[in-house]
Design a protein around this ligand. Structure first.
Ligand SMILES: *Cc1c(COP(=O)(O)O)cnc(C)c1O
Length: 242
């Protein structure tokens, strides 16, 4: 096998830190390498591939829809665009005014972290306008609730060691505020391990990184409900890709 450390004169690394983005995150197991090799050496109708792999994953997770995307970062932008664009196949790629004015995404201030890219950059790439709630060191359900207005599209929560941990509302509390106002909750759980936990809690849209705890190649996973408590006007991401 080619020694790419030599080819490119790269430093050898012994990883004693864990799954770190700056070190190339995780090692991909043999089954994933084989699946990727199969993909790399065959052709597919891409819509068929995304629809059916999504359905397969959704069924395993016990949720309505799932979509494999290029990264969790891409998933943030796509989830936001899907909600702002109200699930429209044709408009969600340009989820901006004047067509879409309801595009405020409420994010606890202590969750607006830089995980390699700031959360707000990916939310805004998806057409969202970040509205921070609370303070750098605290955010209560009331802080989130007071930022809701007629232009609010969703509430966004970051479950991560990067985020402020103390004096922050819980996922359950964020979910209660969101559903009380018929808004979807988007959860960035990029580096978490339990894929089913948040779906079981009732979170509307969940984002995972494929490369972190779940040890896949560079990829992301978006999954959850196709419709939220807000009804057809909040048809989310899954329908966007179809
Ligand atoms: C790593 C990370 C991401 C991005 O994941 P990628 O798959 O590398 O794009 C997003 N959010 C959080 C909280 C992360 O830790």
């Amino acid at each position: 096998m080619t020694d790419y450390y030599s080819t490119y004169d790269l430093k050898h690394v012994i990883n004693a830190s864990g799954k770190m983005t700056i070190l190339g995150v995780s090692k991909v197991p043999e089954a994933a390498i084989q699946a990727q090799q199969f993909g790399d050496t065959h052709f597919f109708e891409m819509k068929d591939l995304t629809d059916k792999t999504g359905d397969f994953i959704a069924k395993k997770l016990g949720t309505e829809g799932a979509l494999v995307v290029n990264s969790a970062s891409a998933g943030i932008a796509e989830a936001v665009a899907g909600i702002i664009g109200q699930g429209s196949k044709y408009h969600a790629y340009h989820p901006f005014p004047p067509r879409y004015t309801k595009r405020e995404i409420i994010l606890p201030k202590g969750h607006n972290v830089d995980y390699g890219t700031p959360e707000e950059v990916m939310i805004e790439l998806g057409g969202g306008q970040v509205v921070e709630a609370g303070y750098a060191n605290m955010c209560t359900p009331e802080h989130v609730e007071m930022m809701i207005n007629e232009n609010t599209a969703a509430i966004f929560y970051v479950k991560s060691h990067h985020a402020v941990q103390k004096s922050m509302l819980t996922i359950q509390e964020a979910l209660e505020v969101a559903h009380k106002h018929e808004l979807p909750l988007i959860l960035d759980a990029a580096a978490e391990e339990d894929l089913k936990k948040y779906v079981d809690m009732g979170v509307d849209v969940v984002l995972f990184s494929g490369a972190k705890a779940i040890e896949g190649p560079a990829s992301g996973l978006v999954f959850g409900k196709e419709r939220t408590s807000a009804g057809p006007s909040c048809r989310v991401w899954a329908s966007v890709a179809r």
